[in-house]
Design a protein around this ligand. Structure first.
Ligand SMILES: [Zn+2]
Length: 332
């Protein structure tokens, strides 16, 4: 006999939230597990979806009963009850605490648990809490380089929002996708393909078909093009750089290129690293030209990153989209 088993219906009766049961609240929000007594004026100020909902005549019980128009709303202890279908109680709690408590979420706090970041992102999108959504997107964007220069400057942290970076990247990709944050999708996909393919396949069902398919395609196409670039190092590229005019062919030694192929990682094909690791017998000027040519090829491949993940727009468009979200003005 399982003595720990709870009565079957125990968890199905939602309970008032410890903090968000405000004594002078005038509306009750309900999820499967939690109830929140809050203020419709406060929600309306920040969310167009709640604003529209509260402006419906049916939400005002008194009005509905006297005019006889519309349906009387469901009540909880005499207050209008709004059921939030499909939202988890804990997620709604994160959202409402961010709404009410100034210190609950800060864009500067990189230790914010990922669970909070994702709940805020998804629910601020669903209910159009514009300013919370802007802050979370701006916060998350710090971890996603949008240009090759930013990429080269960026040092991937071991942990992001309290979880291993690999877990955070996959969970954020899924959330950014679900919350239609197109602007950050190319760098989010890129961050995920850089992990070994096992990591990707293990998360296939978590990611869902569309994300997973884009990742597999992107990983394949990017690896193919980067390999192609490395292949030119042992061929045309050295010729193009004029190294054979400068040195006798037998003096130049190419070695260890294997270590720079078959990884969908731009760091592995950075010109100076490749020249340092793989080419002997070049003079300083030749080295410089080879580095430059490799990096030109690398930049061209970087420019194609959005297209690897089936986007039609270029990086400039994604940067502009991000800028327009982040620069959302104060006020309603
Ligand atoms: Zn030379």
């Amino acid at each position: 006999m399982d003595v720990d088993a709870e009565p079957e219906n125990a968890q199905k009766i939602p309970k008032p939230h410890d903090v968000l049961w405000l004594h002078d609240g005038n509306v009750v929000l309900a999820t499967d597990s939690l109830l929140f007594k809050v203020h419709n004026s406060v929600l309306s100020m920040q969310s167009s979806v709640f604003k529209d909902m509260f402006e419906l005549p049916t939400i005002d019980g008194a009005q509905a009963s006297t005019s006889g128009a519309g349906m009387a709303p469901e009540l909880y202890e005499g207050l209008p009850l709004v059921k939030l279908v499909g939202d988890k109680g804990e997620d709604v709690a994160h959202l409402l605490r961010a709404v009410y408590e100034r210190q609950y979420y800060s864009i500067d706090d990189d230790e914010t648990p990922l669970e909070i970041i994702i709940a805020l992102l998804l629910l601020s999108t669903k209910y159009d809490f514009k300013h919370i959504r802007r802050d979370v997107i701006a916060h998350v964007s710090k971890f996603y380089p949008m240009s090759l220069h930013e990429y080269d400057e960026f040092k991937e942290p071991e942990t992001m929002f309290g979880e291993h970076a690999i877990e955070s990247h996959f969970k954020l990709l899924k959330a950014l996708h679900a919350a239609d944050v197109d602007a950050l999708l190319p760098p989010a996909y890129l961050a995920c393909v850089e992990y070994v393919s096992d990591a990707l396949y293990e998360r296939a069902s978590f990611l869902g078909l569309e994300c997973f398919r884009n990742l597999v395609k992107g990983r394949f196409d990017l690896t193919y093009d980067l390999n192609d670039l490395m292949a030119t190092v042992s061929g045309d590229l050295l010729d193009q750089a004029g190294v054979y005019k400068c040195q006798k062919e037998q003096k130049i030694r190419i070695h260890g290129l294997n270590g720079h192929v078959d990884v969908p990682d731009f760091r592995q094909v950075e010109g100076s690293a490749v020249v340092e690791n793989c080419l002997d017998g070049l003079c300083a000027e030749c080295k410089e030209r080879v580095v430059e040519l490799i990096n030109e090829g690398r930049k061209q491949i970087w420019d194609k990153v959005p297209s690897y993940f089936v986007f039609k727009d270029d990086w400039d468009t994604f940067q502009a989209k991000l800028k327009s979200i982040i620069s959302t003005k104060r006020g309603v």
